[in-house]
Design a protein around this ligand. Structure first.
Ligand code: SAM
Ligand code: SF4
Length: 334
């Protein structure tokens, strides 16, 4: 493979890489059942995290190779001190189309104005129940009113759109949430999406039976509110449906029942600077060492290109021989 700066970033299966998920911290103020254990995880030391300067450099190099979209995630990205300053720096990186954020929403009431002012373009807020006790059960935090206030604070900024509300769909829990979320989607400006539960939970409670599929949630909703599918966006992860009476949309991200690996255009960077080419990667590539050892841009670029070239063809969740990665969701950056 010949390498030049202008060449787009492509993997060995011919897929163009245009999207990077950047984890800014492994820490979190929630303990969602499907992600973290109740007692938390051993956190990284501050000095192990990539600094804002290091993150900006990696993102600038990726943008030079054709990456267009950066999504900040974690852990909970808003617990990283000064996050809006990072948003501001990244928003100015040449070649990027947008900087977006995935958050549990707890600190949005505090940060929404600053995030909007520093250039955040779209935000996904994770929210698994609209009932306070059920929200508490799932996140192990009594924080629903705080998250809803955060959503309202963000909605006051018309420059931040779309605002999506993402719910992880788990059998035995989410069946009861389907219709309330459908009503929420129909009566608010938020786009609601259900995401299938993946085997990345620290408690290891995942089994294929615990996945409430997108089709199942959709059947519960369409029995009451008929739905019609919209054309799929290129490299979009969600199947989006509109309510046939014209009142809003609802989406389903089905990585388990309908994997979208063939169109995957994403890579991930963990908070301590490991490049991961798949959520389920068993191998990762360290960028922090070369960054701190004084590697030049060309050297970093070559490391990235070589890692991306080996990007996994697909995940093997549900197949014989599937191996879970050692890291769980909050330590990867979902
Ligand atoms: N703390 C932020 C949040 O919750 O939005 C960002 C990080 S969180 C790891 C990113 C997304 O991953 C959230 O939408 C969360 O619901 C989702 N997630 C976590 N564990 C998951 C799992 N086992 N299966 C599916 N989605 C999961
Ligand atoms: Fe924290 Fe997000 Fe994981 Fe919930 S899903 S524990 S909010 S990182």
């Amino acid at each position: 493979m010949s390498v030049t700066a202008a060449e787009p970033l492509r993997d060995g299966h011919g897929r163009l890489i245009e999207d990077v998920r950047v984890s800014v911290t492994d820490r979190c103020n929630f303990r969602c059942q499907y992600c973290m254990p109740a007692e938390g995880l051993p956190w990284l030391d501050r000095k192990e995290l990539l600094s804002f300067e290091e993150l900006e450099r990696v993102v600038r190099l990726l943008a030079g190779m054709g990456v267009r979209d950066v999504r900040l995630t974690g852990g909970e990205p808003l617990v990283r001190r000064g996050l809006p300053r990072l948003v501001e720096r990244l928003s100015q990186v040449e070649g990027l189309r947008e900087v977006s954020l995935t958050t549990n929403g707890y600190l949005l009431e505090r940060d929404a104005d600053e995030l909007a002012a520093t250039g955040i373009k779209r935000v996904n807020v994770s929210l698994d129940s609209l009932q306070r006790d059920r929200f508490f059960h799932m996140t192990r935090r009594d924080a629903l009113p705080q998250v809803l206030r955060g959503l309202e604070a963000l909605a006051r900024h018309p420059g931040v759109r779309p605002i999506k509300v993402n719910a992880v769909a788990m059998r035995g829990f989410t069946e009861e949430e389907a219709l309330p979320f459908a009503e929420f989607a129909r009566s608010s400006a938020f786009q609601v999406r259900f995401i299938e539960f993946m085997p990345l939970d620290a408690d290891r409670s995942w089994s294929s039976d615990s996945v409430l599929t997108g089709d199942e949630v959709r059947a519960l909703i369409s029995a009451v509110h008929p739905l019609e599918e919209l054309p799929r966006e290129r490299s979009g992860t969600a199947r989006v449906f509109r309510f046939t009476d014209g009142r809003g949309e609802i989406g389903f991200v089905n990585p388990v029942s309908e994997p979208f690996c063939a169109d995957c255009n994403r890579i991930r960077l963990t908070a301590e600077g490991k490049l991961r080419t798949c959520l389920f990667s068993l191998h990762e590539t360290d960028l922090r060492r070369p960054l701190r050892d004084g590697a030049c841009d060309t050297e970093i670029e070559q490391i990235v290109r070589a890692a991306v070239w080996r990007k996994e063809l697909k995940h093997q969740v549900g197949e014989e021989g599937f191996r879970r990665p050692a890291r769980t969701m909050s330590a990867i950056g979902g």
